[in-house]
Design a binder for this molecule. Structure first.
Ligand code: ADP
Length: 539
């Protein structure tokens, strides 16, 4: 075998392997089916070229090769034409013209095979000197027809490339460039030059076919690089195995044959393992990609549901707030005697209605604050405030409820004046919430409020001797809707578990921190609010 023959045979094997592997991994749509046919035609064309140029083959093989070469060559371009029509999808409505072209092709096919329309004679002068003669006029007709197929396919691709704007644009360009670069020299070496009597470049034609097939493969899998990885691995493993098979077949002694066979077996096994691991890796990556996609969708859906819930809460609480305020107004006026004198019995009952209504208003306020904070609608109006003054007001306000529960209220007012930049109303609510909770969740003992300087910050600490908080619950306290259950599993006091959550968000807007400490259930708790201290500049 001459080196050129080896090249012709190897490239043929490459067509077959690459075409087969790509086809196995493709989605098998119409364009990819034409691709499969194209690589099969290329394989036949490659083998035919080998039969023609091989010195060791007899006259019959030479003739079969000549027929197969021109028929398969024609099929390659017919498939390219159809592939171009369908890649990435068909852009013409009527298939009348393509079918007509295919019928003309069929006529050429029959004429070449069944009549002496094409070949005039075959002559073998010596193993290296063979000659195929054609009927010149018909050969020119055939050549023009092939060139017509080729140019039409390229024009279709170029038009598709120019009119498209999506992601499939680039693969079309690759297809156009690859097929032009590969086909032009092959058309010269195996069609135009032989027509002029030059066969010397005949056997290099198949080499260009590789460019052809690789470009089309790239165009098909451009958007699926994972598949490209599998294909490349399978292709190189197959290529090595093919080379080793040729080695085994060309062994000159039994021992060489055995040694090469063992090598072939070992390499095949290793190749199999490599392919399997690449397949597995790709499969896992595809699963991860799919999961990530699903997670994204689920996340979107969650966001939508959360938004719907926030909208509902916001709307419902706005609707509730107005009638509650009206009720409050009327009860106040009734209690003040605006509608006449009331008996003590009615006043007592009305007081209870008033307190319950206040509780409802506080709950609705919690919900309104929640939606304001979450939607970023909370507006802050910062100013430098004397913190002990704010706490003082709160201590005054909670004297009554503390006394009602017989709790001692200890207020350790700091000697020095400590200032912080706060939104007065919001910070008052936050501190009030802490003190109110301490009273609410303490049955005996005391509630102590201290304000201290701690480096560049000030700490407002509210301690109680109440029911305490377990270490598991303490982590969740500042999250939404967290309410700690009583030992019996019942909630005894009113509230949505929103106060601390909203307080944390407000404190964070003040660049501060808030946290809770407790030695455990029944051991009381301390809530600490930390805010940056500011130098007082107010006059
Ligand atoms: P709520 O409206 O339920 O009081 P908060 O967010 O203010 O909502 O408090 C959340 C939960 O934290 C309360 O339900 C309570 O179980 C617990 N908690 C708050 N303050 C104290 C405290 N001083 N002692 C014990 N538990 C507390």
């Amino acid at each position: 075998m001459t080196p050129i023959n080896i090249v012709a045979l190897t490239t043929t094997a490459v067509y077959l392997m690459l075409g087969g592997i790509i086809y196995i991994h493709s989605r098998r749509n119409i364009s990819e089916n034409f691709f499969a046919l194209m690589s099969l035609s290329l394989t036949t064309w490659g083998i035919a070229t080998f039969l023609i140029v091989s010195p060791s083959l007899s006259g019959t093989f030479f003739q079969i090769g000549a027929y197969a070469h021109y028929i398969a060559g024609n099929l390659v371009f017919l498939c390219l034409f159809w592939f171009a029509l369908y890649f990435p999808e068909r852009n013409i409505k009527s298939l009348a013209i393509p079918i007509l072209i295919t019928l003309v092709d069929g006529a050429f096919f029959i004429a070449i095979i069944a009549t002496d329309f094409f070949f005039s004679s075959f002559a073998i002068f010596s193993p290296l000197e063979k000659q195929i003669s054609f009927h010149t006029g018909n050969y020119i007709l055939y050549t023009l027809y092939i060139l017509f197929l080729f140019v039409t396919a390229e024009v279709i691709l170029l038009k598709k490339y120019k009119t498209r704007v999506d992601a499939n644009k680039t693969p079309i360009l690759y297809m156009f460039l690859g097929t032009t670069i590969a086909s032009t020299p092959a058309l010269f070496s195996n069609l135009i030059l032989p027509g002029l009597g030059y066969f010397s470049l005949f056997s290099i034609g198949p080499i260009f076919g590789i460019v052809f097939i690789v470009t089309i493969a790239y165009a098909i899998f451009k958007h699926n690089l994972l598949n490209v990885k599998i294909i490349a691995t399978e292709f190189f493993v197959s290529l090595i195995i093919l080379i080793l098979i040729i080695e085994v077949l060309s062994a000159s002694s039994i021992s060489e044959f055995l040694l090469k066979t063992v090598t072939l077996a070992a390499v095949s096994l290793l190749g199999y393992l490599i392919i399997r691991s690449v397949l597995k890796e790709v499969e896992i990556r595809q699963q991860i990609e799919q999961l990530a996609g699903e997670l994204k969708t689920a996340n979107k859906e969650l966001g939508r549901i959360s938004q719907a819930k926030s909208d509902f809460i916001s709307m419902a609480s706005h609707q509730l707030k107005t009638p509650l305020s009206i009720i409050k107004g009327y009860i106040s006026m009734t209690l003040e005697g605006s509608f006449g004198n009331l008996s003590k019995k009615i006043t007592d009952q009305l007081q209870k209605v008033y307190i319950s209504n206040e509780r409802l208003i506080a709950l609705v306020d919690d919900l309104l604050n929640l939606s304001r904070v979450e939607e970023g609608r909370m507006k802050y109006d910062f100013s430098e405030e004397h913190i002990a003054d704010i706490v003082q007001q709160i201590v005054d306000e909670v004297q009554m409820p503390a006394q009602r529960k017989k709790l001692r209220l200890i207020w350790e007012r700091p000697a020095e004046k400590l200032y912080a930049r706060v939104d007065l109303n919001k910070m008052r609510n936050v501190i009030f919430n802490l003190v109110d909770n301490a009273i609410k969740y303490t049955d005996v003992g005391a509630v102590t409020i201290t304000v201290l300087q701690h480096d560049q910050s000030l700490h407002i600490a509210v301690s109680d001797t109440g029911r305490g908080i377990s270490s598991q619950q303490i982590k969740k306290l500042f999250t939404k809707f967290t309410r700690v259950l009583e030992g019996s599993g019942r909630l005894t006091t009113s509230g949505f578990g929103l106060g601390l959550y909203v307080a944390r968000l407000i404190v964070e807007e003040h660049k501060g921190r808030i946290w809770a400490e407790s030695a455990g259930l029944g051991k009381g708790s301390t809530f600490v609010l930390e805010l940056p201290i500011v130098e007082h500049t107010k006059k």
